[in-house]
Write a protein that binds this ligand. Structure first.
Ligand code: KG4
Ligand code: ZN
Length: 346
């Protein structure tokens, strides 16, 4: 099977071609970062307009790089959320149109769920390592999930305020660094002292796997006003506190669920520094490469393919959604057995 994956939930227009051996034949990503950086965040109306401009060239380039033709495609997958309604609509409508005109099935995919299966594209052996803990850390989402299988996912911890990437972006803004802030914070952090600024992570009462970042953002604000601290030290201390907190929660989740592995997804998971924290973790930890960590079409194709093999196609009248809580696949399909799907897909 040749599968097309379409992602347009936020500020990346991405289309990928993968096959049913989970090989990525192309993964074209048009990032809008430069367009939005002048506003210090994503400007939704501009994002949607840019998707309209880029979706067709992105499609043509994805086919060309994969060396396939429209007629070779056998499945169309697209993200239907969570994200910005205007942006999602462009990719979703394009996918439905392709499915109708090419007369091939269509699958609607939860893009946050897709982040969790992205590492499987680069580590086929990891299909044997479920139940696992899946952690999404991006600009819009921060959650820890228990994955019985790649399709059977339950959220066991999430943020009660900002997302982790959003907190990196806010810390960067306070430190006068450009948007998106994560990579800039990481770069400065490498030159700073990680214990110089006494920052503390925030705990959520009675919810040891939940996150809270708003208090940390305020601590960064005060630290920046303190002439004793260099911006490099603030970035180093901030990153250290966030990643140490994440490490402790990951350990707790693995112990509680006796998980065999941890899968990471989302933009923050592209941090090289984060990998250092998990070097001696007690079970295998999988980080996607940068292109598969950010929003991308390949992960949409991957999850769409798994869903199609187990659950069949999605209805063409499915609409874009800003929020899709787990377990989203079982909503109308209680009778279907979701387990052991992974091994049948590769
Ligand atoms: O997954 P993503 O591309 O988009 C969303 O769906 O949000 O993630 C973007 C987020 C931004 O907040 C960005 O600052 C953060 O990922 N990010 C990083 C790093 N690279 C990107 N955060 C920390 N360290 C990094 N190296
Ligand atoms: Zn995302």
């Amino acid at each position: 099977m040749i599968v097309l994956g379409i992602e347009s939930t936020c500020d990346e227009t991405s289309i990928a071609v993968i096959n049913d051996r989970f090989e990525v034949l192309s993964n074209v990503i048009y990032s809008q970062v430069d367009l939005h950086s002048q506003f210090g965040g994503v400007f939704p109306e501009l994002a949607a307009r840019e998707h309209v401009e880029k979706i067709l060239p992105c499609f043509e380039e994805a086919l060309q790089r994969a060396q396939v033709k429209k007629g070779d495609l056998s499945l169309i997958c697209a993200a239907y959320g969570p994200g910005l309604i205007g942006s999602i609509s462009i990719g979703l409508t394009f996918a439905k149109m392709l499915s109708l005109t090419l007369n091939i099935p269509f699958v609607a995919v939860n893009h946050v769920h897709a982040h969790l299966v992205a590492p499987l594209l680069e580590n086929k052996g990891a299909f044997d390592l479920f139940g696992a803990i899946g952690i999404v850390i991006s600009g819009g989402h921060t959650q820890i999930n228990w994955m019985r299988t790649p399709l059977d996912v339950e959220t066991i911890g999430s943020t009660i305020d900002d997302a982790m990437g959003e907190c990196f972006d806010k810390c960067a803004k306070i430190c006068d660094l450009p948007y998106p802030g994560g990579p800039h914070v990481e770069k400065l952090a490498s030159k700073g002292d990680l214990i110089k600024v006494p920052l503390k992570s925030c705990k959520v009462r009675d919810a040891p796997l939940s996150f809270s970042f708003s208090g940390l953002k305020t601590q960064v604000l005060y630290a920046k006003k303190n002439p004793l601290y260099q911006v490099e030290d603030i970035c180093a201390s901030f990153q250290h506190v966030v990643f140490k907190d994440l490490y402790q929660k990951a350990i707790l989740a693995v112990e509680k669920f006796q998980a065999k592995a941890v899968f990471f997804g989302g933009g923050v998971a592209s941090s090289k520094s984060l990998r250092g924290y998990f070097k001696d973790f007690p079970c295998p930890v999988f980080f996607p490469s940068k292109k598969l960590a950010l929003d991308n079409g390949a992960m949409i194709g991957a999850l769409g393919l798994l869903q199609y093999k187990k659950l069949g196609p999605s209805p063409l009248d499915i609409e874009p959604k800003t929020r899709i809580p787990f377990p989203h696949l079982t909503e109308k399909r209680d009778s279907l057995e979701l387990k052991q799907v992974a091994t049948t897909a590769v």
